[in-house]
Write a protein that binds this ligand. Structure first.
Ligand SMILES: [Zn+2]
Length: 385
């Protein structure tokens, strides 16, 4: 199939006008100008970007990954796919040792079945001082035996583990996580600058939602934020949902890190794509009001209700870059960089040999179509619903 559009973003390049040739599930060619053969689908003024890669998401559409229920997980994946997320890492939250093993095994089945691209453990090895919306009664220090059991239960499907590096045993845990072939992330942490640097030296390469649930910057103790921000080895997650982060910080981080080191994530929970009301995050009750999820009876933010197309639009609007520069920069942050951070093969960009995973956006950046593995999840020629 040959697609044409006013703007086609490969991930690292803009093609204007652009064309994309797809065979089965794969991209076979991409280019600028007049395509090599007649187009099967002309998308006019559309902006085509690589399918979004969300490496930190707990649920959506009423379903949650930590529920340990495959149907709920499929519901969440389906909701996010309609909003352009063609690669999903299922994030768990802090849970008891037995619940964690069960949940990891459920996500392993879904990964082997192609629904997920892997799992992310956010907890239980986090700081009680920066516990955020985690069950504080279940936070614990990393234990090599539990870590080995959890990895065994995952059958190689854990892609990332968030750890607070100041906990006893955490630096060793980071080495073990990296040796097991997963990415170690620093987050939910009260670490000093030096402790965060030690974590990076032991192999940590991702910052879990930089700024959120992290000791803030102080001029005499810059803490984990600066250590993670200044190290070229680290990809920093940002939640650009308009709630978690001031847009000035988004602009500043994108400027400081350059094009390759920001990964936008939703950190969405079950209420993404749903109405306000009562939900669960792991074992905790969450109330969503005006689209903002908070622990019931508290002010603590409990994940987001965002989808990747929303965080994409917010980032473009607040980037202070000319429109097309912003689209290109943001596409790296929503596709190329998260895929690279987790070494996910064949996703994150549109180039020969990649999966044909793409999002068709209109001039206002509203989602008009989503293709995954060469098949429309929803077609741009469908009547809007
Ligand atoms: Zn999270």
């Amino acid at each position: 199939m040959m697609l044409t559009a006013a703007t086609v973003v490969s991930g690292t390049e803009l093609h204007q006008p652009g064309w994309l040739e797809i065979d089965g599930p794969d991209v076979i060619a991409i280019g600028t100008g007049i395509p090599t053969r007649r187009a099967d689908l002309e998308l006019g003024n559309a902006v085509v970007v690589p399918g979004f890669v969300d490496i930190h998401v707990h649920g959506g559409g009423g379903g949650a990954f930590p529920a340990g229920d495959p149907d709920q997980a499929r519901t969440a994946v389906r909701l996010h796919r309609r909003h352009g997320t063609t690669t999903t890492i299922g994030s768990l939250v802090t849970a008891s040792p037995t619940d964690l093993l069960d949940q990891v095994a459920v996500l392993a089945d879904l990964t082997e079945g192609g629904v997920l691209a892997g799992s992310h453990l956010e907890g239980p090895w986090l700081s009680p001082r920066q516990g955020g919306a985690h069950d504080l009664t279940q936070l614990r220090d990393p234990d090599p035996v539990e870590l080995a059991d959890v990895f065994a239960a995952s059958r190689g499907t854990i892609r990332m583990v968030t750890v607070a590096p100041e906990l006893p045993g955490a630096l060793d845990a980071i080495s073990r996580i990296v040796d097991a072939g997963a990415v170690a992330a620093v987050g939910h942490t009260d670490a000093t600058y030096e402790q965060a640097r030690s974590a990076i030296d032991r192999g940590a390469t991702v910052a879990t939602h930089l700024f959120n649930a992290m000791r803030p910057v102080h001029h005499r103790e810059p803490g984990p934020v600066l250590a993670l921000l200044e190290d070229q080895r680290v990809t920093v997650e940002l939640i650009t949902d308009g709630v978690h982060l001031h847009p000035a910080l988004y602009r500043d981080v994108a400027h400081v890190t350059g094009p390759d080191r920001v990964a936008l994530v939703t950190d969405a929970m079950a209420a993404a794509g749903m109405a306000d009301g009562a939900y669960r995050l792991g074992t905790l009750d969450v109330t969503v009001t005006d689209g903002v999820a908070r622990l019931t009876g508290a002010t603590t933010i409990a994940g987001s209700t965002a989808t990747m197309d929303q965080v994409f639009r917010y980032a473009v609007r607040h980037s202070a870059l000319p429109f097309l520069d912003a689209v290109l920069a943001t596409a790296r942050q929503t596709s190329v960089n998260p895929a690279a951070a987790l070494a996910l093969p064949r996703v994150g960009s549109l180039k020969p040999g990649s999966f044909a995973d793409l999002v068709v956006l209109d001039e206002e950046l509203a989602t008009r179509g989503v293709m995954r593995r060469g098949t429309w999840i929803h077609s741009p020629t469908e009547r809007s619903r």
